[in-house]
Design a binder for this molecule. Structure first.
Ligand code: SF4
Length: 435
């Protein structure tokens, strides 16, 4: 192979050993071909060092948006498990960490809870919330623990433009690392100038040191017909919307070719997911679906495209749960939306004064269960029976109850900001509509 692997491994060892600072390494791992190559190179280079010199810790960090393509997520989880086991057995100074968005920032809480429109190029609210923030939080924690960190990224330059500048440029002292946007973080872009063909050749010739071969990865790429989704840590990383390894709900791309290719290659159980994604895309710009006022603002008008109407949020939740039920026939353990997200959607609806739709009722309708409203809210805070007895009539009970739900929603979402105005807004709404 024309690629000088020995040179790359020497670079890794030199950086690892001859750095006066004890700063740890953080490797961004997405499970795709580029970060797999990067991790393999680092692993093999460090494993060649005597055990007593492997003192710098390496964190392998992988972000799960909670809306990953399930086929890819399954593959990545399996790889992470193998990584952790092999690292321990081979005495590698390496641990695996999975990051996820915080509850208030997940895709479903924003789309179905707050009614954010499905993301597009004009309003791509998802990348920061689902990808950048969770990883950045991890990096910041490590910086606060150790002072500085080096981040190793598997991003590569465009195919040919930078090829002319040989990877030998890394030989220039002091040029190996560049400053990261975060203070006290540096980037080591080891495979920046490696070509796609060279990545594949390497992966096919060198088996992963954590076991198995890269054949499954090759098959996955072949079946998913697509490119990589590099770990996105700042705005300079290539747009994840264009990646075939992106979220299964992604509406930033016109067509999810990766999911379509997987379905064509025998994963028919994914059809309900594909249909759901198409619905998100089709209805995004449907006037009937969008409020004519901005969220948390008084701006209203015919040309204002606000959040989805509450009934559309409820409809989408029902459709999502139906899709989940359908895919569970062939993939029983697959969860498209988790319990915490369902609770967070319910509390967000309460915070937005939406009381005529209930997550429990929608869930029961789809799954035929008998869950009560309190199964999707925090019922430990207040005893409803006592409140009912203390109130003069049902309207009063309902109002106090609703105000308490708004307060609880702030408590559950760990965010008291705006509580007073939420309560005032709801009182105003109550006076207008119920009195
Ligand atoms: S893959 Fe699409 S939905 Fe996911 S974060 Fe990127 S742009 Fe957003």
């Amino acid at each position: 192979m024309s690629l000088d692997i020995k040179f790359l491994e020497a670079e890794i060892q030199d950086q690892y050993l001859n750095d006066d600072s004890p700063r740890p390494w953080i490797i961004g791992f997405s499970g795709g071909k580029d970060s797999t190559m990067l991790l393999q190179l680092v692993w093999l280079a460090i494993r060649r060092l005597p055990q007593e010199l492997r003192t710098r810790h390496i964190y392998v960090v992988c972000n799960d948006t909670l809306v990953e393509n399930p086929k890819i997520a399954q593959f990545v989880h399996q790889t992470l498990k193998s990584l952790q086991i092999a690292a321990a057995s081979q005495g590698m100074p390496l641990t695996v960490h999975e990051t996820t968005p915080i509850l208030e920032e997940t895709f479903w809480v924003n789309l179905l809870g707050k009614g954010y429109p499905a993301p597009n190029n004009m309003f791509r609210w998802c990348t920061e919330r689902l990808k950048i923030n969770p990883t950045t939080d991890f990096i910041k924690t490590k910086i606060s623990e150790t002072g500085e960190v080096i981040i190793l990224l598997g991003t590569r330059s465009a195919e040919s433009s930078n090829r002319a500048r040989s990877i030998k440029k890394y030989e220039v002292k002091g040029e190996r690392l560049r400053k990261h946007i975060l203070p006290n973080a540096y980037v080591f872009a080891l495979i920046k100038d490696v070509l796609t063909d060279e990545v594949w050749t390497y992966l096919l010739q060198v088996d992963p040191p954590w076991g198995g071969t890269n054949r499954d990865l090759v098959t996955l790429y072949r079946n998913a017909n697509g490119g990589d989704c590099p770990l996105v840590i700042d705005d300079t990383t290539p747009s994840c919307g264009n990646s075939r390894f992106g979220c299964w709900v992604c509406t930033v791309v016109n067509k999810d070719k990766s999911m379509e290719a997987l379905i064509d290659n025998g994963e028919e159980w994914m059809i309900p997911l594909s249909d759901f994604r198409d619905m998100l895309q089709e209805e995004r710009n449907n006037r009937e679906w969008r409020e004519k006022r901005r969220r948390n603002s008084d701006i209203t008008g015919e040309d204002v495209w606000g959040p989805y109407y509450p009934e559309k949020r409820a409809l989408m939740l029902k459709t999502l749960l139906e899709a989940q039920k359908e895919v569970q026939k062939s993939e029983p353990d697959l969860i498209l939306i988790n319990y915490q997200e369902l609770v967070a959607i319910q509390v967000t609806w309460h915070r937005d004064s939406i009381f005529n739709h209930s997550v429990a009722e929608i869930y029961n309708e789809v799954y035929g269960t008998d869950l009560s409203k309190t199964d999707f809210s925090d019922n430990t805070i207040f005893e409803k029976e006592i409140l009912q007895e203390a109130c003069h009539d049902n309207t009063e009970f309902e109002l106090i109850n609703e105000l308490l739900e708004i307060q609880k929603s702030r408590y559950i979402m760990v965010n008291n900001y705006g509580l007073q105005s939420d309560i005032e807004n709801h009182l105003e709404y109550h006076i207008k509509h119920k009195k």
